[in-house]
Write a new protein. Structure first.
Ligand code: SAH
Ligand code: SF4
Ligand code: F3S
Length: 469
């Protein structure tokens, strides 16, 4: 049974420490309310974790700020998925040195996926002596205690997780948005794709109980959330290890049954576990968006096998085509890796062919980046980065053509959109259910509400529209 939640006693202990921190941090900030800055790198899992860190910081009495220079506490929640993500963190931490010099009481903390890799945590600790706190993804619930130790001992504090089967329930939460929100349904990953660091830094897959997820979704709807994204590295295997019979399609159905005018999204779906039941549930429920993010990674069966993805090109196309046939106006999106070790140009061309066949709405494209400790990092990788970048250029040109064609086909049609944010003066960004952004000339008061938009113009893959009805 998977009920290894952080215990209530432990949560209570952290709350007591939080109470003590209120005075300590207030005094440290020069007898005024302390400010905290949290920067998030990486995926929505990290965004959701940062919302917990922000919730805990607020309970410690901190005001959240967007300005690093004002902060008394700076937290970087890091991502390890590719080298580029890590390089950005190293660069940005380097820039904090001057702030620490100006304000010696500043507490700089680094957490998240990078910190779960021993060699990185050690490098950070050695190279950046002004970083006072380093902690991994498995100990996020102990954040108050770690802050307490760091500020009261004056010593540098480092803590990484050892138990990777835990679930955090009952932690404070500060949601970034007021009408669009994330709802983690599971943590970790068991798939061990050979290129990927996530299972190594996020631990084993574990699902939250359906009742907990549903009641959180209900609370979000009551609080006015209009767009809720259920999160997990592989939502299609939701429920594994729970002592009750359930699966992702059933959970999705239960959330869709909640009364109210809202939309449901979810990510990520692993093709090996995407079921027809899931597609049928999407098709039968208007609240579930007609958008499926279904990463295929590569079009070649040989490479897919080397990646340990456990599906074939044929199986991928079968589920993608079934989804297209059942769900009107479906947007399919995907992640693609170019230049996996040993991939040949011919194999890359199979990826191109698959893209042309499926006609994805958009793609997240990555050049393969070796990750220490993963099997792929030890595979022979004869193709140069320069060559892989050329392949990537070819792929992007193909995808741009597909996206432009799709956008042109939308002109003249009317969609129900959720108005999300100001794009620039007088122009708002709104999102269709199938996850396409439309620019609207409309007043800012509409942000956070649904309206109907007729698409008036498509410029490459940028759509403009006007409000109707
Ligand atoms: N759980 C999700 C993906 C999470 S990581 C899934 O399985 O679909 C997001 C994306 O980053 C992956 O889909 C993959 O395309 C990319 N990625 C992961 N590791 C990578 C690596 N070492 N190099 C390049 N891209 C990588
Ligand atoms: Fe990484 Fe694969 Fe797990 Fe996705 S399913 S997080 S790519 S190991
Ligand atoms: Fe990055 Fe961790 Fe997400 S490695 S992609 S932030 S799970």
């Amino acid at each position: 049974m998977n009920d290894n939640k952080i215990t209530e006693a432990e949560i209570e202990r952290q709350e007591q420490i939080t109470d003590m921190l209120r005075d300590i941090l207030f005094i440290r900030a020069g007898n005024q309310q302390p400010c905290a800055y949290v920067r998030t790198y990486g995926c929505q899992q990290n965004v959701a974790d940062s919302e917990k860190l922000k919730g805990m910081l607020e309970k410690m009495g901190c005001a959240l700020t967007e300005d690093e220079a004002k902060a008394d506490i700076i937290i970087f929640n890091t991502c390890a998925v590719r080298e580029h993500a890590e390089d950005r963190v190293f660069g940005n931490v380097g820039q904090l040195k001057a702030l620490k010099k100006k304000k010696p009481s500043l507490l700089i903390g680094l957490c998240g996926c990078m910190m779960e890799q021993q060699h990185i945590a050690e490098k950070i600790y050695k190279s950046f002596p002004y970083v006072g706190l380093v902690f991994g993804t498995h100990v996020i619930h102990k954040f108050p205690e770690l802050v307490y130790n760091a500020v009261t001992s004056g010593k540098r504090t480092i803590e990484r997780g050892y138990d990777d089967g835990e679930i955090y329930e009952g932690l404070p939460l500060h949601r970034d948005g007021s009408f669009k929100g994330w709802l983690p349904i599971m943590y970790g990953c068991d798939n061990f794709c050979t290129y990927c660091i996530v299972p190594h830094v996020r631990g084993r897959e574990r699902s939250r109980r359906p009742a907990t997820v549903i009641s959180e979704a209900r609370a979000m709807v009551s609080a006015g959330y209009k767009d809720i994204t259920l999160l997990g590295q592989n939502v299609n295997s939701y429920g594994k290890g729970l002592d009750e019979e359930t699966d992702f399609a059933s959970l999705l159905q239960s959330v869709a049954d909640i009364e109210g005018d809202f939309r449901i999204r979810f990510m990520t779906s692993h093709p090996k576990d995407a079921s027809k039941k899931l597609i049928d549930t999407m098709a039968a429920n208007e609240k579930i968006c007609n958008h499926l993010h279904l990463p295929f990674q590569c079009g070649s069966d040989r490479v897919l096998k080397k990646m340990n993805r456990r599906y074939t090109r044929e199986k991928y196309l079968e589920i993608a085509n079934y989804a297209k046939s059942r769900i009107p106006d479906l947007s399919l999106t995907s992640d693609v890796i170019v230049g996996f070790p040993g991939e040949t140009y011919d194999e890359f061309c199979e990826t191109l062919e698959l893209i042309k066949e499926v006609k994805f709405t958009s793609l997240f494209t990555f050049i393969y980046s070796p990750r220490v400790g993963t099997p792929a990092a030890g595979m022979e990788d004869p193709v140069s980065h320069e060559e892989k970048a050329k392949w990537m250029g070819e792929l992007l040109r193909v995808q741009e053509g597909i996206a432009a064609e799709r956008c042109a086909g939308m002109v003249g049609r009317t969609y129900r959109v959720l108005v999300e944010e100001q794009a620039r003066d007088g122009v708002l960004n709104a999102r269709t259910a199938n996850n396409i952004i439309v620019e609207l000339q409309a007043p800012a008061e509409l942000i956070g509400s649904f309206c109907y938009a007729e698409i008036t113009e498509a410029r490459n893959w940028i759509l403009r529209g006007k409000i109707v009805g």
